[in-house]
Ligand binder design. Sequence first.
Ligand code: ADP
Ligand code: MG
Length: 240
Amino acid sequence: MLKVVEISNLTVQYPDVKALDDVSLVVNQGDFLGIIGPNGAGKSTLFASMLGLNTRYKGMIKFFDEDIKKSKNYLKELGYVPQKPIFEKNFPVTVTDVVRMGLRKESDENKIDEILQQLWIHELRERRIGELSGGQQQRVFIAKALVNNPKILILDEPVTGIDQQSIDLFYSILRELNSKQKITIIWSSHDLDAVNKLANHVACLNKTLFFHGESETFFSDDKLVKQYSEASMQEHMSHH
Ligand code: ADP
Ligand code: MG
C-alpha cells in the first residue's frame, strides 16, 4: 500500500493554547478518512500544517515519503476546500472565474467545463458566485480544488450551513471521487453518521488522537463511540 501522508509526533503550540499534541497518523492511497472532533480540537490546525500554511510545528509531515519542509512538490497533487469561502458576497466573479483560479496551466481550459459538469454546476457557469446557494457555492469550491486532477482532496468541515439536499448530493459526489477516480479523501466533520456511512477510516481528534483506524472498528464498538462522544461533549460545553 502506498503511503500518501505520514504525520509523526505533530505538536502545535500557539501562544495561548496547545492545538495539537503528539499526533501521529498515516493515510494510504485510496483511503477515505473522516476526521472527527469538537470545535477547537485542532482539525483546521492539522490541515493548515499539512498545507504548509502553518510551519511552526514540532514533529514531521511527509507526503509521498518527502518532508514537506524540504519539498513543495506535493502541493501539485493536493486539492483543498477551506472551511469558509474566502470571497465577499458581492464579489464580481463568475463560477467559471472561480474554478479557473484553481487552474495551474491556462492550457487546460477545457478541463473547466468537464469539472463543472461533473459537479452539476455547468448551467450556473456564468452566474456570480455570491448569487448562489451555500450548496452550489460549495460545489464551485470543490470544482476549483479538483480542476488540476489532484490525487488527494482535503475538505475542512464542508457541510456547515448547507441544506440537506445539497449535503446528500455532496456526499454522493465524494463517494464517486473516491471509488471511481481513486482520489484519496481527507475530510473533517462533526457528523458521526455521515463519517460512518462514507469513510473507510476514521480519526478522532481532540488535541491528541483518541482513535485512528478502520471506521468499522470504531463504529462497531459502542463503548468506544460513547466514550468519544462524552469526551467531546465535555470539551464542547467547556467552550461555551
Ligand atoms: P478546529 O478546526 O478543530 O475547530 P482549530 O485548529 O481551529 O480547531 O483550533 C484549535 C485551537 O487552536 C483552538 O483553541 C483555537 O482557538 C486555536 N487556534 C487556532 N488557530 C489559531 C491561530 N492562528 N493562532 C492562535 N490560536 C489558534
Ligand atoms: Mg476548524
